[in-house]
Design a protein around this ligand. Structure first.
Ligand code: TXA
Ligand code: MG
Length: 342
């Protein structure tokens, strides 16, 4: 299959809509990462997403909407009070909610669960594509399963060339990590995936505690059931072996000095690169978690392009927006985490 990469003008957005209506796949940028979209109500179309990505069939997809109206027309069977509050505060924007599934959702989209994840992106082009298609669009990140999520059309092309007919190039994604995922099914909201919208911000809106799923900070034990199936797989991994080195900069440096190797890189914060004993690549200012999130996947793919074999990643904080960064990094490093400071 030939993969076209086209700019987001009116004609190409119409073309994207037509392809989606015909049950074909289209990749495009959202405010978080690039997504690989198909009609969420068409099981045959959604199956193609799993094939193109090599994604495990038991991992459900988020359905992307352009309006609450679209959601109420068969995508969900209920819109609980807490969900309404979250939608009022943050939609359109980078947060997805797990809701009771409506009658139109294909089993492929929800992976047979009785719930469906719903996301209303704020990216204007993504919204126009959903609008053209006229139906909710199932859309995982547009990477091959296991790879870092793509944040540019070029990175999407590297993974999906020959696997999809169309990639819309609408520029680099501003947030850079996938949406926050929260379950608001019962009385107790549960954070399933951290993102740009933080636990603390959601608690402020709901005026109650948000529980953090254990899978966010740790690795599931053999046989343990994941509340969010995507959290159990190895994820976001570049070609290099990543080690997450948590602690202060001096301790980090001591650690990397003692662990030299071929094609070894430091992945550190801005301004630290000159003090690193080996080539370094930075992923933002130490005090700017939003920038780190924005750069994270881009830098992981950049390390692939540089041929890095071993990477030592700096990490100091894990609250607020830093939780989103840490959650991706522990998976990208296959849980190789070293604590160097007390
Ligand atoms: O920012 C994003 O959310 C991006 C862009 C493209 O919109 N999409 C994305 O989709 O990250 P994906 O499929 O890569 O991640 C969706 C996550 C997975 O961890 C999946 O297991 C979880 O949400 N999920 C989806 N539906 C669910 C459900 N019904 N119950 C629990 N978890 C669900
Ligand atoms: Mg993904």
């Amino acid at each position: 299959m030939k993969t076209q990469v086209l700019k987001p003008d009116d004609e190409n957005i119409r073309l994207a809509g037509e392809l989606l209506k015909k049950g074909e796949l289209v990749a495009a940028g959202t405010e978080t990462v690039y997504g690989l979209f198909a009609d969420a109500y068409n099981g045959k179309a959604v199956k193609k997403i799993f094939e193109a990505k090599g994604r495990p069939q038991d991992n459900p997809l988020l359905a992307h909407i352009d309006s609450i109206e679209m959601m109420m027309d068969g995508l969900v069977s209920d819109f609980p009070e807490d969900a309404k509050k979250i939608a009022d505060a943050f939609w359109p924007g980078p947060i997805s909610m797990i809701l009771p599934k409506g009658e139109k959702v294909s089993d492929e989209t929800s992976a047979g669960l009785d719930t469906v994840g719903v996301r209303m992106p704020s990216n204007e082009i993504a919204r126009r594509i959903i609008h053209e298609a006229g139906v909710p669009l199932a859309g995982p990140s547009a990477n091959l399963s296991g790879k870092p999520s793509p944040t540019t059309a070029q990175d999407t092309f590297v993974d999906l060339n020959g696997r999809v007919p169309l990639i819309i190039d609408n520029g680099r994604c501003p947030y850079g990590v996938e949406s926050t995922v929260i379950s608001v099914l019962g009385d107790k909201p549960v954070l399933l995936r951290p993102g740009f919208i933080t636990k603390e911000e959601i608690e402020e809106v709901l005026q109650k505690e948000v529980h953090v799923s254990e899978a966010i900070l740790g690795q599931l034990k053999e046989g343990e059931k994941a509340a969010s199936p995507g959290m159990k797989y190895k994820h976001y991994a570049p070609k290099a072996n990543l080690t997450l080195v948590c602690g202060e900069f001096e301790d980090y440096i001591r650690y990397v000095e003692n662990h030299p190797g071929e094609n070894t890189y430091c992945m550190c914060f801005d301004g630290e690169e000159d003090n690193c004993p080996m080539p370094a690549i930075t992923y933002g200012k130490k005090e700017d978690g939003a920038e780190q999130a924005h750069q994270l996947f881009y830098v992981l793919r950049e390390l692939d392009r540089k041929g890095a074999q071993t990477v030592y990643v700096r990490c100091e904080k894990i609250d607020g927006i830093y939780l989103a960064v840490y959650n991706r990094l522990i998976r990208a490093s296959a849980f190789r985490i070293i604590h160097v400071s007390d």
